[in-house]
Each structure stands twice: as structure tokens, then as C-alpha cells.
Design a protein around this ligand. Structure first.
Ligand code: MZP
Length: 498
């Protein structure tokens, strides 16, 4: 046998040591854009994400509703494959039928409303920008816009009215209603408005169009008016019925597939990748692996990205049942080193995804710092309104149901199959509850802010810089105690009257 003499480590055993934070290194300048499929040095990946988040290939997490909600925020869902081919293809079709952000928002707000109303609307709709028309209808006259910039500048001045806190941009456009489309385009160019004003037949400015991918169309913003793009949608497949499932998903418009398996270092995965590559152009990720050998095997097989992690998922009992797996941090560190070496040798960059075991938001930043290009999470997303499961009241708390793909409830034997007799012989996952946490948008915004803020502590404005610059330290068991509140009596735990 080969022995790894170093213990296998988890994220909680590490901390980031701050680097110098320069003055321009503030959260609003941090860019979380990240590749998800392989690309050659000097070229761009065919798909990238605006935030490094993907939701797990699980019945309790990723359906079409989650796919749209997460894509709208800049991430990707992989719609679960442990269902009929028709059912999954229909979910993909529904998610693809949503169009990426044309009009972000038309509100019913008027200039008399206060900033508080606008902030509430922005919070509720999840949009970073709100366009205000005189009568609240899309055809009404534009009287102002509220951008992310207002939001930050005016957050505490709750009493201002809309017209008082309109940005110079919006005043400019307001004063110029009646401008032509090309004049409007000039405004965008000059003022980096990141939106496209739309004019009506009379040439009057009608409403504003905002898109996440505006930058890609900067040279010719009018392209944005016929290019009504759909969101990027992913789907999970297995190594058993791919000949039937993949063509159906491709016909439904899927962008990226991933082979969902608890142990991906197998000839079954190679065969599946071969089939996909010879029958379609669709991108395909593979996994999960936890070491250099597994990574290289799947990369040589043609995978477009590699998923890392065995046994660390919140609902996973694989390590207890079968004794296989590896601490998530150790797995990430080794696979990231293999990925970098492969890039040096071949000029091909293969993104890696850290899958499972994210408990605290800072674990995401650590995973990125250790080399992950994006993370996949189940428990995190299962807690939100947008996950497909029931919300229940247990005792005094609201919870949502969350079960593993290896549980009897999911009946996903294909994910665990190592050949031989079909069927789930024993469970590798549990059926559980997670605390209900509200809307995806609200929670994601907080998490993203934390990540950006930590990246600033580490002196990094991009994920690539973080991977390059991060200084990571192991922590001792006693210093973990030091990291939480300690040696104080927390108010909520103290007994009334004492
Ligand atoms: P977590 O984010 O909930 O900690 O982990 C989610 C990941 O756990 C999934 O993306 C998948 O890789 C893995 N998973 C899903 N079901 C099981 C199981 O039943 C499992 N064992 O391990």
C-alpha cells in the first residue's frame, strides 16, 4: 500500500493571512468572473461565470427555478439527473426559455417616493438598478434611474426623495428625453452607464435595458437589442443512460453537462466523455476526484472541467460507509497543483470546482485561494426559497428538506455504481432538514460581499490574483477556539434576571 503520511485536512483547519490592502482594493472593485470550461493560453473560455458559484446536482437543490435564480445572479445550476430523461429535459427547456436580463426593472415608483422605497424595491427584485417611469408602466416617461452607485452613496440618507438622489447620469438622460438611439449610445460610452436606453417610435427615451454581459457588447451596444440571450444552464448526467439522456438535454438547449458521481476516477467516465465529445459540441465536466492521478485521467479523457471532493458533503456518509475520501482542503491543494502543472506543460487551463463541505462563507474564499475556479454547494442553496423542497415548521423553527443523492429517498444508484448489479445496495447519504434562510438573492449578496471583503484583506481584486497572492496558514485546535467569541457571556444565552 501507499501511505500518505500527512493528515488529510479540511477548510476549517486553515486561515488566510492578510496582505497589504491598497486604497483601490475595495469590494466594489473586486471582480469575481471565473472560467468554467477549459481554454487555451491567450484565448477566452467558451463559458465563464460572473460569480464562482454552482448549485449541486441534487433533487433537493437544482431544478429549473433554482437554475434561473442562480443564473440571474451570475452563477450556474446543474439540474439534477436522478429523474426521467423527459423530466430533466423539460426543466432545462423551461430554464432556457428565460431571457437574460433585458429590462431589469420597471418600477411603480415616482419621484415622490423615498429612498427607502427604492432600496426595498431593489432588495425585493434583486436588481442592481431600477428604472423609474412617470406612470410606472414600461411605456411611461423615464424620470430617473437608481443605480448601484446611488445605493452605496445614499444608503443612510433615508429621507431623500427619488429626484434628490438621482445620479448625474439619470439627470443627464432625464434632461435629454427625446434623444436618438445613437445619442443614447454615446451616453453609455461616455458615462459607463452599463445599460442601453431604448427609444420609442418618436425617438423618445422609453426605458433602460441592463445586461450582465454588457461589456462584451460595448463596441456595438445596439447588438443587445436582437441578442436576447438566455441564461447558461447546466445539467447532471450519469455513466449509465448517457446515450439516451445527452441527446435529449442537448435538444433542450443545455450548455454545460457534468457527470455526477461520488467517485469519478473510472473507465465509465472516460466512455461517457468519449460519447459526448463524438456526438455533440456540448461542454462536459467530470469527477469527482481527490488527487493528481484522478485529475489527469479525466483531463486526458477530454473533460472540460474537473470536480473535486469525495465524502465531504453535508449529507454524505460515504466515508463512514466505505472508508473512501479525503479532506476537502488536501484534495483541492493537490488537484490545483496538478492543474497548474498541466497548464505549464500544455498551455491548456482546466478549471476545477470544489464540491461539497462548504460550511462557512470563508470556506468559499479559502477554496478559491487554494486554486478552485468555482465551488459547488448543496446545503447552502437548499436553505433558500428557490430550492425545490418543502418548507416546514419543526418546533419553533422553519426548515427546508434536504436529502443526499445517495439516500434511499433519492434512489440515485447510478451515482454510486461501480459496475455489476444495478440498484442501491446501501445508503451513502442521509435525509435531513436545513434551517430555512429566505431568498437566494439576499443571502448570496451577503456571501459575495464577505468574499470580496476578504479578498481585499488579501490584497486581491480577482480570483486569479487571490490564487497567486494568498498566504494560508494551518491553525492549531486551540487557535480555532480563539477564533470564535470566547470567555464572555453571550447576552442571548444569559438567563433573564440573573
Ligand atoms: P454540501 O454543499 O451540501 O456540503 O455538499 C453537496 C455535495 O455533496 C454535492 O454536490 C455532491 O457532490 C455531494 N453529495 C450529494 N449527495 C450525496 C450523498 O447522498 C453527496 N452522499 O455526497
Amino acid at each position: 500500500a501507499h501511505y500518505y503520511m500527512e493528515p488529510s485536512r479540511t477548510f476549517s483547519e486553515f486561515l488566510l493571512v492578510p496582505n497589504l490592502t491598497t486604497k483601490d482594493c475595495n469590494p466594489s472593485n473586486v471582480n469575481l468572473k471565473t472560467p468554467i470550461v477549459k481554454f487555451k493560453k491567450g484565448e477566452k473560455p467558451a463559458y465563464s461565470l460572473n460569480i464562482p458559484f454552482s448549485s449541486a446536482v441534487m433533487q433537493a437543490v437544482s431544478d429549473d427555478r433554482m437554475a434561473v435564480a442562480l443564473a440571474r445572479s451570475g452563477g450556474i445550476s446543474f439540474i439534477y439527473g436522478s429523474q426521467s430523461v423527459e423530466g430533466q429535459a423539460e426543466m432545462v427547456r423551461r430554464a432556457k426559455s428565460y431571457k437574460a436580463g433585458f429590462v431589469v426593472s420597471r418600477s411603480n415608483l415616482t419621484p415622490e417616493h423615498t429612498l427607502k422605497d427604492v432600496l426595498e424595491l431593489k432588495e425585493r427584485t434583486g436588481h442592481s438598478t431600477v428604472a423609474i417611469t412617470s406612470d410606472g408602466s414600461p411605456k411611461g416617461k423615464l424620470v430617473g434611474i437608481v443605480t448601484g452607485r446611488d445605493y452605496r452613496i445614499s444608503r443612510d440618507s433615508q429621507s431623500k426623495t427619488v429626484s434628490e438622489f438621482m445620479t448625474p447620469f439619470s439627470k443627464l438622460i432625464y434632461g435629454k428625453s427625446g434623444i436618438t438611439l445613437s445619442e443614447a449610445n454615446d451616453l453609455i460610452w461616455d458615462h459607463k452607464l452599463n445599460c442601453l436606453p431604448v427609444v420609442d417610435e418618436q425617438g423618445n427615451l422609453d426605458y433602460l435595458v441592463f445586461r450582465k454581459d454588457y461589456d462584451e457588447h460595448k463596441e456595438n451596444p445596439s447588438e443587445l437589442l436582437d441578442a436576447n440571450k438566455s441564461y447558461i444552464v447546466g445539467a447532471g448526467i450519469n455513466t449509465k443512460d448517457y446515450a439516451e439522456r445527452v441527446p435529449a438535454l442537448v435538444a433542450a438547449g443545455v450548455d454545460v453537462l457534468v457527470i455526477d458521481s461520488s467517485d469519478g476516477y473510472s473507465e465509465w467516465q472516460k466512455e461517457t466523455i468519449d460519447f459526448v465529445k463524438s456526438n455533440s459540441d456540448v461542454k462536459i465536466g467530470a469527477g469527482n476526484v481527490v488527487d493528481r492521478e484522478g485529475f489527469l485521467y479525466l483531463v486526458e479523457a477530454g473533460a472540460d472541467f474537473i470536480k473535486v471532493g469525495i465524502g465531504g458533503g453535508s449529507i454524505c456518509i460515504t466515508r463512514e460507509q466505505k472508508g473512501i475520501g479525503r479532506g476537502q482542503a488536501s484534495a483541492m491543494i493537490e488537484v490545483a497543483a496538478a492543474r497548474d502543472e498541466y497548464f505549464q506543460q500544455t498551455g491548456i487551463y482546466v478549471p476545477i470546482c470544489s464540491d461539497g463541505g462548504i460550511v462557512h462563507d470563508y470556506h468559499i474564499t479559502l477554496a478559491l485561494a487554494m486554486g478552485a475556479d468555482f465551488v459547488m454547494m448543496g446545503r447552502y442553496f437548499a436553505r433558500f426559497d428557490e430550492s425545490p423542497t418543502r418548507k416546514l415548521k419543526v418546533g419553533n423553527n422553519f426548515v427546508k428538506e434536504f436529502w443526499g443523492e445517495g439516500s434511499n429517498r433519492a434512489r440515485n444508484w447510478e451515482r454510486y455504481d461501480t459496475g455489476g448489479k444495478a440498484g442501491l445496495m446501501f445508503e451513502e447519504g442521509v435525509d435531513s432538514y436545513v434551517p430555512y434562510a429566505g431568498s437566494l438573492h439576499e443571502n448570496l449578496s451577503k456571501t459575495i460581499h464577505k468574499i470580496k471583503s476578504t479578498m481585499c484583506n488579501c490584497g486581491s481584486l480577482t480570483i486569479a490574483e487571490l490564487q497567486q497572492n494568498a498566504r494560508i496558514t494551518l491553525v492549531s485546535a486551540t487557535s480555532i477556539i480563539e477564533g470564535g467569541a470566547h470567555d464572555v457571556i453571550l447576552k442571548e444565552n444569559s438567563i433573564a434576571g440573573e
